[in-house]
Design a protein around this ligand. Structure first.
Ligand code: FES
Ligand SMILES: [Fe+2]
Length: 429
């Protein structure tokens, strides 16, 4: 449970809010590169942290993300002409380059130098891993992009996609952190009959549906271990990271008859606020050891695979307007929710809380330990920033070089020690 004022602090991300200021210290995924791949192509509208922006790739291939509204009289630059190394507002022809400089002002007298005094807001942009990243914070604090392993992988080993979610970012992050819901929300009914024998993820999670959480604070955020009983001597650990400010990792599904997920594909999300009531849900799958096979390519397909289906505007086919495709027959006979697809099940419950969940009316249990730790961390960081203390994590990009893991460990082994070799790509060297 949170006090109403803490819920406000956690969830409000617009300009000049404490959490908005904190999020502006980090690089954010803004667009997929495919959205702005064409030189002089159509400008793209986007909204992040409550700010309306416009993105374009200029004649030289440089990317710009500017304030969406023209510095003159605020017409939206989405309607602009992307031509000859700049975007030109169609209202009176003012033109801006990727750095936000006004480079032409045909509505003013030819001998006027007024254009040299005009700039519009532009944000630093980088591309990596098929993603266009944006930095919206103070220029003097701009750091390197977070060094995620998946972003260094070729597309044969990593797929990334995104979809819109109609709720506040924090309740979406909390869904990403919460490893206990997999035994319910994402279950098929046949798996609800406890398996009496067998190995692997399905057997262990069906036999033990009350994971015990251990949460450790780290220099990137939180390392979260969810422990289930597996055998007489061992626990099944699903180990995920929460990386500030909004990244959550998903561990691989432990296959039958193996002890750890060292060779397997891991996944994760970024929950990037569009504004207080809407979020971009980014999802990636990565196997650093080998190329995806045909089955995985279909499973991780950005539009039709496991994080979809989505349309050309990255809107989910199953959404709030159609009750996420809820089918009561399916719910009675096939799966727990009657909704098909993991992201649709997640979106249904996360959006069902309302645009901004009222955390002053919730009742938390022991399985919510990681969520409590996440809120505490973010609230502390936002308060610290308000009193002048900058967050440390963005200054060291290498902190983000982590993997999630699933592993069987002897009961007396600490999960972070036992899984250390699985949790960092550095250990492959
Ligand atoms: S409003 Fe853009 S040029 Fe006038
Ligand atoms: Fe989920």
């Amino acid at each position: 449970m949170l006090k109403p004022e803490d819920n406000e602090l956690l969830t409000r991300v617009g300009p000049a809010t404490a959490m908005g200021d904190l999020l502006r210290r980090f690089w954010l995924p803004a667009l997929l590169e495919e959205e702005v791949h064409e030189k002089d192509g159509a400008p793209v509208r986007l909204r992040l942290l409550g700010e309306d922006l416009v993105a374009f790739r200029d004649t030289d291939g440089k990317l710009g993300i500017l304030d969406a509204y023209c510095a003159h009289r605020r017409a939206h630059l989405y309607f602009g002409r992307n031509e000859e190394c700049g975007i030109r507002c169609v209202y009176h022809g003012w033109k801006y380059d990727v750095s936000g400089r006004c480079v032409d002002m045909p509505s003013e007298p030819a001998d006027s130098d007024f254009k040299d005094k005009v700039r519009t807001k532009s944000y630093p942009v980088e591309t990596r891993g098929g993603v266009v990243w944006i930095y919206m914070g103070p220029a003097e604090l701009e750091a390197d992009l977070p060094d995620f392993e998946w972003a260094r992988m070729p597309s044969s080993r990593c797929e990334i996609t995104k979809r819109v979610q109609q709720c506040n970012w924090a309740q979406a992050v909390e869904g990403g952190i919460d490893s206990s819901h997999i035994s319910y929300l994402h279950r098929n009914l046949r798996d609800l009959e406890p398996a009496t024998s067998g190995t692997g993820h399905r057997s262990y999670t069906s036999r033990d549906r009350s994971p015990v959480f251990t949460v450790k604070e780290t220099d990137y955020g939180l390392l979260i271990g969810a422990r289930r009983n597996a055998t007489e001597e061992s626990f099944y650990w699903r180990i995920t990271q929460f990386l500030v400010p909004f990244w959550t990792m998903i561990p691989p599904i432990l296959r039958e008859d193996v002890k750890d997920s060292a060779e397997d594909t891991y996944a994760g999300h970024a929950w990037v606020p569009i504004d207080d009531e809407n979020t971009w849900t980014w999802s990636f799958n990565c196997n650093p050891h080998r190329d995806f096979d045909e089955k995985e390519k279909a499973l991780f397909h950005p539009r039709t695979g496991m994080w979809g289906p989505i349309d050309d505007s990255y809107q989910p086919r199953w959404n709030k307007d159609n009750d996420y495709g809820l089918d009561r027959d399916l719910q009675n006979n096939v799966n727990y929710t009657g909704i098909k697809g993991i992201p649709n099940q997640d979106a249904a419950v996360q959006e069902s809380m309302g645009p901004i969940a009222d955390r002053s009316r919730e009742t938390l249990g022991s399985s919510d330990k990681a969520i409590i730790a996440y809120r505490k961390l973010l609230l502390e960081m936002a308060r610290a920033l308000k009193s002048g203390q900058e967050p440390e994590a963005p200054s060291d990009a290498s902190r983000y070089n982590v993997r999630s893991a699933s592993v069987l460990l002897k009961k007396d082994v600490a999960f972070d020690d036992g899984a250390a070799r699985l949790l960092s790509p550095r250990n492959d060297d």
